[in-house]
Design a protein around this ligand. Structure first.
Ligand code: ATP
Ligand code: MG
Length: 552
């Protein structure tokens, strides 16, 4: 089990990558910095990628450099333009601009030429062994590997065979190109790693031009170098790849990009790998990549997350050198922090029970003013109709209430928010024993602004029966029941951990003005939470509750 970070991380001055950059700038090693964000277009971006985007783009902005967007499209089998488009949309939405849009496939010719160069230097060879043979001759951490029988081919033969691989003379798996390093190297990745494999598949950009494709380790550092990336930032699991990253650059004698690793983002109750997210989509456990329960950027956007909240989250999480799991409530906290300041307020009743004000004349309507956002009391106002028949939340009434319950109970008073104090005088139950109608009287002297303010312990929200609109609310909750999804045994089907109540659809009654809201961001349903109008189904998606503990 990994350590769970519960709260905001403490204030820090510089993170370790900033320290490196500042030292590099101070020493004159670099005049300015260039970073890149290198997604593989094989799925939609998730919140972990957002962390990496904020880091890469953020560093360049802070130090006056720039960031390239580079698609790591070296595996034609899993990649697609659909993903390229969504990735670009998501980065823009997060608020960042890339200096250049590049593709690893733009560099295939250059990478090929460099492979020839390494062959000529005696540092690469064509191997005829099968994938299985290559695997079994690699050795183990404690035992050296075995040299391939093809390791000492002549330069001429290697060049001829590699050219034939490119020309399509061989089937997949017949031959590979390997770097000639050291089959006894303590780092297994340095034991003659693969540089190229044969894949007879159309590529979404290069079509059928190529049937040999570079491996990640051969492509990534060289692409960085071509773009003169100064600080190539990736996640911790790549630290063992760094010697190989450096080996290619040194032996090719090209621009010395450097790789730095930070801890990948993990979140409680969340899976993050694109491969697993794709399974959720394919198994119809969710509606699609943009299902509001998904940790994808498009899912979070549809849920009601703002770019500001995600950027704040990335900053709060910071840059760690050790893997950990961040509590999902930190992400929710960041959203509330942003929306509290910016969102419009409305009252909505989600689990209605009818309330009748006995001493209010039928047909009488009185309007009350309320701020659109109490954080800006002098800002715009809205008007809310007060009528004889109302809805309140059924949770806001209790027949036999404990002492500390300050909402509505028999013979007791509450204020209907922004309006009068009412007193419960009676209530009606159905055969099942549920309260179906509450009778109250209102106190005309309690009108806000009309006399001295009278306080009561409880204030509840409400909606007029005749002057409200009906909407659909999509009440989202965590997709998984297990806090540490990263620790469930490999091979175990995580559908066993799906939360059956991750979506509950209900109807709610709201102030009619909500339907005209054009703020473009989530609104607050007072006392309940933040809700965002779903761009697809028109319902209101619960983005987050107002507090951790508030449950509908
Ligand atoms: P996944 O395993 O989820 O598919 P990936 O690392 O294969 O992710 P890429 O498209 O290759 O996805 O990643 C693009 C960039 O985003 C890389 O630099 C990668 O290190 C970074 N990244 C991916 N996942 C995370 C994460 N959870 N936290 C931080 N950075 C991440
Ligand atoms: Mg990947």
């Amino acid at each position: 089990m990994e350590e769970i970070v519960k709260n905001e991380t403490p204030e820090r001055n510089l993170n370790f990558i900033e320290e490196i950059i500042e030292a590099d700038l101070a020493s004159g090693k670099h005049k300015s910095i260039v970073t890149r964000f290198p997604p593989e277009p094989n799925g939609y971006l998730h919140i972990g990628h957002a962390k990496s985007i904020c880091l890469n783009f953020g560093l360049a902005l802070k130090y006056g450099g720039y960031t390239n967007l580079r698609f790591d499209d070296t595996n034609p089998v899993k990649e697609d333009v659909e993903y390229v488009d969504s990735i670009k949309e998501d980065i823009k939405w997060l608020g960042f601009e890339w200096a250049n849009e590049f593709y690893a496939s733009d560099y295939f010719e250059q990478l090929y030429d460099w492979a020839i160069l390494l062959i000529k230097k005696g540092l690469a060879y064509v191997d005829d062994q099968t994938q299985e043979e290559i695997r079994t001759t690699r050795g183990t951490i404690n035992t050296p590997g075995v040299n391939s029988p093809w390791r000492d081919r002549s330069v001429e033969e290697n060049i001829r065979l590699f050219e034939e691989m490119r020309e399509g003379k061989y089937a997949e798996g017949d031959k590979v190109l390997r770097a000639k390093i050291d089959m006894a190297h303590p780092n297994m990745l340095m034991r003659d790693p693969l540089m190229y494999r044969i894949i007879h598949a159309s590529h979404h950009r290069t079509g059928d031009k190529w049937c040999i494709y570079p491996m990640y380790d051969y492509a990534h550092g060289q692409c960085d170098s071509i773009e003169r990336i100064t600080h190539s930032i990736c996640t911790l699991e790549f630290d063992v790849h760094r010697p190989l990253y450096d080996w290619f650059i040194e032996n090719l004698e090209i621009f010395p990009s450097r790789q730095y690793e930070f801890a990948r983002l993990n979140l409680t109750y969340t899976i993050m790998s694109k491969r697993k997210l794709l399974q959720l989509v394919n198994n119809n456990y969710v509606e699609g990549w943009d299902d509001p329960r998904m940790p994808t950027i498009c899912g979070l956007r549809r849920r009601g997350y703002t770019p500001e909240s995600i950027r704040l989250f990335a900053e709060k999480v910071g840059v760690a050198k050790r893997d950990n799991v961040i509590d999902i409530s930190l992400l929710e906290w960041c959203l509330r922090d942003d929306l509290n300041r910016r969102s419009n307020r409305y009252m909505a009743v989600i689990n209605p029970v009818k309330l009748v004000i006995d001493n209010w004349e039928k047909g009488r309507v009185e309007y009350f003013e309320a701020p659109m956002n109490p954080e800006h009391p002098d800002g715009p106002k809205r008007k809310i109709a007060f009528t004889k028949e109302m809805y309140i939340e059924s949770e806001d009434f209790m027949e036999e209430a404990p002492k500390r319950y300050h909402r509505l109970k028999p013979n007791s008073e509450v204020r209907l928010k922004y309006s009068y104090i009412i007193k419960c005088v009676d209530y009606i139950k159905n055969e099942a024993g549920e309260v179906v109608q509450i009778h109250c009287t209102y106190d005309p002297t309690s009108k806000p602004g009309a006399g001295p303010w009278r306080s009561v312990k409880g204030t509840i929200h409400w909606a007029s029966v005749t002057h409200s609109e009906k909407i659909t609310v999509n009440l989202y909750d965590k997709l998984f029941t297990e806090e540490q999804m990263g620790s469930i045994p490999e091979g175990k089907d995580y559908s066993e951990y799906l939360n059956p109540d991750s979506l509950i659809v209900k109807e709610a009654f709201v102030e009619p003005d909500l339907l005209k809201d054009d703020s473009g961001i989530a609104v607050q349903f007072e006392r309940i939470g933040y809700f965002f109008k779903d761009p697809k189904n028109g319902g209101y998606n619960k983005a987050t509750a107002l507090r951790d503990s508030f449950k509908l």
